[in-house]
Design a binder for this molecule. Structure first.
Ligand code: ATP
Ligand code: MG
Length: 571
């Protein structure tokens, strides 16, 4: 684990503690020295076979960020769509949507590796003509076996010595459908004894009689990642091809292909440490299982670290980008504390989310001496620090909802909320004292009867007596009923990836709790996706899929720091 990615106390990030970005430093140096052969160009190259996750956000922020280091720098969005079996336009669209949502703009620079299939094919024929590629008609398994491994050099088969003419004819036969799947592949002729196993005559093309979401049935041979990637970079004029560390062992092959094609001033591959987050899985394969096996409600389930999921959860794009900047870019893989992401989310929402009142687990309060039918409007600030966000009025009446957690039967001294005979302030409205507790047959509290202090308008006692606690409330006759989806982390284990027998064993069975609560009536007019702070509860967002004015659905984005929980833990 690198020093950069080591866990820190997320509540105390210091500006001078910012980890660096070695790629940006390198590019800045090259720019300063005038060392670039052409204008600075990066690319973000997703494979359209799944939804983007927060790891991809790191790559997006890095690539688009690098492009801004130079006045004429650019970043391409390129779909690496070389495997028709797993790819679809659904994913192409969701990826574009997510990149745009993060706030990055590729302008006209939208490309597809499949646009280069003709050029890649022509280049493959060139390598065959040079004696640098050949068709192998053995099964992929036989080829793998003959390739050897770290301890055993590869063994050449007879096809390695076929003439370029024979190979050309066979390759064209492959292209024209003369072979079935698995009957032939094109391989680069490099070095079967190389210590770098990737260089032992790697596959360039394989046969797949599968239509492609963009090229239809035009092709039945498809380029392998290694053959497509560097060449696509070269076609576009990419200067820096940034990828994650698992591609270190593809690096020599990346360079070999470009050299074999005699590409002048070839692009350069640079590897960085990918993002891993505690309490989170990011691999597409695992995300797929969570979705397909029904552990979550789809790719945009608010518990997933997909960008679609985080968005639906209420995470602001700005917070995600700020997080990516804060964690830096290093040459090592590491695990970042999810608390750091949550910190950025709270920071942003604290500054930008208007305040509202809501009740997650309602408990009825009746103010015995408050006139029936009387309603007053209480004016409250939308933000305690930002007067520009204005005020709103909230109706107050005889019957109220308060939070069940704000009541305790036998409270200790440090408890400043409601208890038998105790006084509490209803935020901005009045002071009330609990005079009677109504219970059901099992002793469960059904309702509190309280005495309202008519002299305590605005919540301040006329006689100057101190009331320490302030709780939130809603008028029961006016409040809007609301489904509250209370999310916790999807995994209970800090490192679900290491769980036995697999990551599913680390699932948190309590990652979603649904309650029937209430919110201020004004939220009926709020747009889907609107984010608010429900005072004393946390940040919430109106669910973009399911919330309707007549049936509000709120997702809890993240809780506030709960002061009482800290005290209770010490008691
Ligand atoms: P996964 O490993 O999650 O299945 P992937 O690498 O197969 O993802 P791609 O669509 O190929 O997904 O990724 C597009 C780009 O995003 C690549 O350059 C890849 O290196 C980068 N990327 C993927 N995961 C991460 C991560 N966790 N941190 C940083 N960059 C990542
Ligand atoms: Mg990949």
């Amino acid at each position: 684990m690198s020093g950069h990615d080591r866990k820190r106390d997320p509540e105390a990030p210091r500006a001078d503690d910012q980890p660096g970005n070695f790629v940006a430093e390198l590019v800045e140096q090259e720019l300063a020295q005038g060392a670039l052969p052409r204008r600075l160009m990066t690319r973000f190259p997703p494979e359209p076979n799944g939804y983007l996750h927060i790891g991809h956000a790191k790559s997006i922020a890095l690539n688009f960020g690098l492009a801004t280091l130079s006045k004429d720098g650019v970043c391409n969005l390129r779909f690496d769509d070389t495997n028709p079996e797993t790819e679809s336009t659904e994913f192409v669209e969701s990826i574009q949507n997510d990149v745009r949502w993060l706030g990055f703009d590729w302008g006209e620079r939208l490309y597809y590796a499949s646009d280069y299939f003709d050029q890649l094919y022509a280049w493959a024929e060139q390598l065959i003509a040079k004696g640098l590629a050949y068709v192998d008609v053995r099964s992929e398994e036989a080829i793998r076996e003959a390739r050897g491994d770290f301890h055993r050099p590869g063994v050449a088969g007879p096809e390695r010595d076929r003439s370029p003419e024979e190979n050309l004819a066979l390759f064209r036969k492959m292209r024209d459908g003369g072979f079935e799947e698995g009957e032939a592949v094109l391989r680069a002729k490099i070095d079967l004894a190389s210590k770098d196993v990737k260089l032992r005559d790697p596959l360039m093309y394989r046969i797949k009689k599968v239509p492609h979401h963009r090229t239809g049935t035009k092709w039945c041979i498809y380029p392998m990642y290694d053959w497509a990637h560097g060449q696509s970079d070269a076609i576009e004029g990419v200067t820096h091809s940034i990828c994650t560390l698992e591609f270190v062992n593809h690096h020599a092959l990346y360079d070999w292909f470009l050299a074999a094609l005699e590409i002048p001033e070839p692009p350069r591959q640079i590897e960085f440490g990918k993002l891993n987050l505690s309490y989170t899985v990011l691999s597409k394969r695992r995300l797929q299982r969570l979705v397909n096996e029904g552990h979550v409600r789809g790719w945009d389930d608010p518990r997933l670290a997909t960008l679609a999921g985080l968005r639906r959860r209420g995470y602001p794009a700005e917070a995600i980008v700020a997080f990516c900047e804060r964690i830096g870019v290093s040459r090592n893989d590491g695990v970042v504390d999810i608390g750091l992401l949550e910190h950025e989310v709270r920071e942003h929402l604290n500054a930008h989310a208007p305040r509202r009142m809501g009740v997650v687990r309602p408990l009825k309060v009746v103010l015995e001496n408050y006139p029936e039918g009387q309603v007053e409007q209480v004016e409250l600030a939308n933000h305690p620090m930002d007067p520009s966000m204005g005020t709103r009025t909230v109706p107050f009446s005889r019957e109220l909802w308060i939070e069940r957690d704000d009541w305790m039967d036998e409270p200790p001294k440090q408890w400043f909320r409601l208890g038998p005979g105790r006084e509490v302030r209803l935020r901005g409205a009045a002071i009330v004292r609990c005079t009677e507790v109504v219970r059901d047959a099992d002793g469960v509290v059904q309702e509190l009867r309280c005495h309202w202090d008519p002299e305590s308008k605005g919540g301040n006692a006329a006689d100057g007596r101190k009331v320490k606690g302030t709780i939130h409330w809603l008028s029961a006759t006016h409040a809007a009923p609301c489904e509250m989806r209370l999310y916790e982390r999807l995994f209970a284990d800090e490192n679900p990836n290491a769980a036995e027998p697999d990551f599913l064993a680390a699932l948190n069975p309590e990652s979603l709790e649904i309650t029937q609560g209430f919110v201020e009536p004004s939220l009926k007019d709020a747009a889907a996706g609107a984010r608010v702070q429900l005072e004393r509860l946390g940040y919430f967002v109106l669910d973009t899929h399911d919330s309707r004015p007549e049936h509000l659905v709120l997702n809890r984005t993240i809780g506030l720091k709960d002061g009482w929980a800290k005290i209770a833990a010490k008691l």
